[in-house]
Write a protein that binds this ligand. Structure first.
Ligand SMILES: C[S@@+](CC[C@H](N)C(=O)[O-])C[C@H]1O[C@@H](n2cnc3c(N)ncnc32)[C@H](O)[C@@H]1O
Length: 405
């Protein structure tokens, strides 16, 4: 046994002591002991706990790998996420006002991807265990909205008809306006009998929509999401902000940055999370790489009727970013790229006359990299707001406001 004092949390939420020694589920200031294997401490015992140590609220926490930070107070988790953002900024010598983290409440995830596998006795569904491939049943999960929990039983039923004995299926469940919207990957290939069984399962479980490897098998209602004044039916299994609280927080921040703008480009627009609220005072051009998403967005706009003009374009913004000539008509550019960031688009914004950028990011590292480019070209980073839709995980999102000086 060796003893160590934890000095900080790493990016995965594990405690780190001098060495470095990595000690899972420990907190800064704690004195811990355990068996040292290379740099990993196992069989960890907490000798002196932190004042921020709390009893994990979820009964699955010990075995489930879905959450990493339930043993820490909400205040510590919020500060940790703000610190992750600050560290990414300071790596590029960026200084700004980092606002206090906005955290989604427990039981508010409106979408989750469950792993499911057939067993000798039936099927098991849940999240993977901590650092293991074992599926942990999470019947009382405190992350997801309670209305999403029935999806666990649905996932098992679908595995019984549609998965092979050895393979693991991935079942993405989303709360839509008219019930559970289920999208399955990794099941058996579709054939006639399987289609019939899946259509029956849709009825039996009262699903709104069921898709199998991207193909909609049955729909009993409209699997819509509400963005601003529009209802949009996203393609199955597609990107959606994880919680309604997080979505509303991000929308409010984007609206704050775009206040007074008449014409906005919404880049990496998805199905219109930001485009539709922005239509309250601006015309919007939405650009997104996935043509099914832009089709869903356009259909939502047509169905709503009476909204300000919204144009859309399916375009790969890594290979074909909007050019300065195309950008010149916009008062504000909103960018919300995937984890890789938006280097190519940022290079074009620098060459353009765009004065304001609302940058929404799920990766502080690429956000800081792209922002450093903008700042060295004459933009100011006015503020950054961390947004935590993945409470109890080490993940953090953020919005930054950039204006040309
Ligand atoms: C973080 S999501 C944001 C979506 C939307 N803004 C929202 O809040 O719902 C990133 C989006 O970028 C899109 N995307 C990924 N790579 C892209 C590319 N190379 N060009 C254009 N869009 C891309 C994805 O399809 C996804 O919809």
């Amino acid at each position: 046994m060796t003893q160590h004092t934890i000095i900080r949390l790493g990016h995965q939420g594990d405690g780190i002591a001098e060495g470095p020694v990595f000690a899972p589920r420990t907190l800064p200031g704690e004195v811990v002991s355990g068996t040292l294997n290379d740099s990993q401490l196992t069989d960890v015992r907490i000798d002196v706990p932190s004042d921020d140590r709390v009893a994990a609220p979820c009964r699955h926490y010990k075995s489930c790998g879905g959450c990493q930070l339930q043993h820490a107070s909400d205040a510590l988790v919020a500060d940790f996420k703000a610190d992750v953002v600050k560290a990414a900024l300071s790596a590029h010598r960026l200084e700004t006002d980092v606002r206090p983290t906005l955290t989604s409440p427990a039981q508010s995830r409106r979408r989750a991807t469950f792993s499911v596998k057939r067993t000798k006795k039936g099927a098991t569904a849940g999240f993977h265990g901590r650092a293991s491939g074992v599926i942990v049943e999470v019947t009382d999960c405190l992350l997801v909205d309670r209305a999403l929990l029935p999806a666990l039983e649905v996932a098992k039923a679908l595995a019984l008809v549609g998965s092979s004995r050895k393979a693991e299926m991935s079942v993405s469940a989303t709360l839509s306006g008219e019930g559970l919207d289920i999208s399955v990957q990794g099941g058996k290939p579709l054939d006639g009998p399987l289609r019939i069984q899946l259509a029956q399962a849709t009825e039996t479980h009262g699903l709104c929509r069921l898709a199998w490897d991207g193909e909609v098998i049955a729909a009993r209602g409209q699997a819509f999401q509400t963005f601003g004044a529009a209802r949009v039916v996203p393609p199955p299994g597609t990107f959606l902000q994880a919680t309604v609280h997080g979505e509303h927080s991000l929308q409010a921040l984007v609206m704050e940055i775009c206040a007074g703008a008449r014409s906005v480009a919404d880049l990496f627009a998805g199905c219109g999370t930001f485009s539709f609220p922005l239509l309250a005072h601006a015309e919007v051009h939405a650009v997104e790489g996935d043509a099914e998403m832009t089709a869903a967005l356009a259909a939502g706009w047509r169905a709503a009727g009476g909204l300000r003009p919204l144009t859309s374009e399916a375009r790969d913004l890594f290979r074909r970013p909007l050019l300065p000539d195309e950008l010149k008509r916009f008062d504000v550019v909103v960018i919300d790229p995937p984890r890789a960031g938006a280097a190519a688009q940022v290079a074009q914004i620098i060459e353009s006359t765009v004065k304001t950028v609302a940058y929404v990011s799920c990766n502080p590292v690429t956000f800081a990299r792209d922002t450093a480019q903008l700042v060295s070209a004459g933009f100011a980073l006015e503020w950054v707001q961390p947004v935590d839709q993945f409470r109890w995980s080490s993940h953090v999102e953020l919005v930054g406001k950039l204006t040309r000086l």
